[in-house]
Design a protein around this ligand. Structure first.
Ligand SMILES: Cc1cc2nc3c(=O)[nH]c(=O)nc-3n(C[C@H](O)[C@H](O)[C@H](O)COP(=O)(O)OP(=O)(O)OC[C@H]3O[C@@H](n4cnc5c(N)ncnc54)[C@H](O)[C@@H]3O)c2cc1C
Length: 485
């Protein structure tokens, strides 16, 4: 097992029922997205709600690209995942009564510690794993996989752990938004697991879809800390530099429009006015107490959430693509499994519904832990054009600067072409994980000549039916897999 966020820890707990587990991962308190998650975990547990309605909302957010069966499983198994968390002692706010969040048609999101759900979850899971004698925790990083006769039989680490053998490896190493300078997540989430899987021959999918959170702190020299959309749910508004609201000009739902709509609106207002955009939460009574994480993030930048207008701009938030898996976490390489943000199960399609990713980490982490080995997802003909081989590692700062400028909320074919060329190499594979991920993302975004979900092309601003397909890539080539249903 590699990685100790929600996916890796939950998978380790369940894999221990099948046999001894070696968990290879640094301490997750400083470097996991799970620790930062604010909003909550979605599950149809309220009276009158049901998993089928949760599935419809998930499919709607996915903009035609979600995998119907994966979504059915995600939403059907959500209530039992939450019940198991309760049984294992995780205390949710309000006795587990869910709240309403954007894109959900019912009260369906469970919180813990106000806006510190991820931290509470991490504490509970780390405690459970540390107490489990069947799990040996090696605090190192996996650097590559060990193969034998076409199957994965272990992993090598960067420390004294050396080479660790096992009957399978589960990658749960998190996402890749760390290839962006403006990001809400951890610094080191630069797609290491995706590069490790790629190196072993696994197919990756949906790499062009990145979810940008519209309201991240925008103060020079400060991290782009997330200001949860629950603030807008409670009445916070977006205003331009002159103090005027603008969201109703872009969408009848105004500040409560989907994340991609709000993010594009903010970008457009900033470009048109040449000024900044602000989140005004001063009208919410008791806002500092109700949103302690957001208030602390503002205070770090000498701003008062209860009294000041807070400068905000979009930031990379969730990496939708990853190692392609089936519904039990099997990748296209035998013996290699993936779960959590490093994986692409297809549940999120072109855009993720809020609070579905911690849930995905739990549901598919457990499934990967308990699955039998066997053939993974079928991707059909991979004989498409081969991917452009990335160049030897470019400094991370340069990749971040390219990603912030050209792989962000709005994209354009000419600029994407420039990124692909800048990152092209062709020599021996000496690329680093961020170069590989940024290069494949740019190639996927250039190939997808339409706009859908988290991918918006100014030169192709509409969705096209022939693009109702998932882009899959491996070292053998690109392919388009139609999404049915
Ligand atoms: C600010 C913020 C708020 C969010 N809020 C929500 C929310 O409210 N609800 C929701 O559902 N989702 C939310 N998300 C998304 C969600 O937190 C993540 O998608 C989810 O936590 C991913 O879990 P994971 O276990 O896959 O990855 P992570 O939690 O990122 O854990 C990955 C772990 O793998 C380790 N690792 C990396 N590389 C290696 C390696 N080579 N070897 C060994 N270990 C390695 C890392 O150190 C890390 O500990 C939020 C994300 C952010 C950034």
């Amino acid at each position: 097992m590699a990685g100790a966020g929600a996916a890796g820890l939950w998978a380790a707990i369940h894999a221990a029922d099948r046999g001894p587990v070696t968990l290879v991962a640094p301490d997750p308190s400083g470097g996991s997205a799970t620790a930062l998650a604010q909003g909550g975990i979605a599950a149809a547990v309220a009276e009158g709600d049901d998993p089928a309605a949760h599935a419809v909302d998930t499919m709607t957010a996915g903009a035609g690209l979600s995998d119907t069966e994966a979504v059915r499983i995600l939403t059907a198994e959500a209530p039992s995942a939450v019940a198991e968390l309760h049984r294992r002692g995780m205390a949710f706010d309000a006795g587990g009564a869910p709240t309403l969040e954007g894109g959900h048609s019912a009260r369906r999101v469970l919180h813990a510690g106000g806006d510190a759900t991820g931290w509470a979850l991490l504490l509970a899971l780390v405690g459970a794993v540390r107490a489990d004698r069947r799990v040996e925790w090696v605090e190192e990083r996996v650097t590559r996989l060990l193969g034998d006769a076409g199957a994965i039989v272990g992993a090598a680490t960067d420390g004294a752990g050396g080479e660790i053998e096992g009957d399978r490896v589960i990658l749960a190493t998190g996402g890749a938004c760390g290839i962006y300078g403006r990001r809400t997540g951890p610094d080191r989430a630069t797609g290491e697991g995706m590069a490790i899987a790629w190196d072993a021959g696994a197919a990756l999918a949906d790499l062009e879809f990145v979810q940008f959170h519209p309201t991240a702190l925008d103060v020079a020299g400060r991290p782009a800390r997330l200001l949860t959309e629950a603030l807008r749910g409670e009445g916070a508004v977006l205003v331009d530099a002159a103090g005027r609201r603008f969201m109703d000009r872009f969408d009848p739902r105004a500040e409560l429009a989907p994340r991609d709509v709000v993010a594009r609106a903010i970008v457009e207002v900033r470009e048109r006015t040449g000024g900044r955009v602000f989140l005004d939460a001063t009208g919410i009574s008791g806002v500092r107490e109700r949103f302690p994480t957001a208030a602390a993030s503002c205070a770090e930048a000498a701003l008062d959430l209860g009294a000041d207008r807070i400068p905000v701009a979009p930031a990379a938030h969730y990496f939708t693509g990853g190692a392609l898996t089936d519904t039990v976490g099997r990748t296209t390489v035998r013996g290699l499994f993936a779960c959590g943000e490093v994986a692409c199960t297809g549940v999120h399609g072109a855009n993720r519904l809020a609070s579905n990713s911690l849930l995905e980490a739990l549901v598919f982490g457990r499934r990967a832990a308990l699955a039998e080995d066997g053939a993974g997802p079928v991707v059909g003909d991979q004989g498409g054009k081969p991917p452009v081989v990335p160049r030897a590692g470019l400094p991370l700062q340069e990749i971040r600067s390219l990603a912030d400028r050209f792989l962000a909320v709005t994209r354009d074919g000419r600029e994407l072409g420039t990124v692909v060329e800048t990152l092209a190499g062709g020599g021996p594979a000496t690329w680093t994980a961020p170069t590989l991920v940024a290069s494949l993302l740019a190639q996927a975004a250039l190939r997808r000549e339409e706009s859908r979900g988290g991918h918006f092309r100014t030169d192709f601003p509409e969705p096209h039916s022939e693009w109702r397909a998932r882009q899959v890539v491996s070292t053998s080539g690109w392919s388009r897999v139609p999404v049915l249903g």
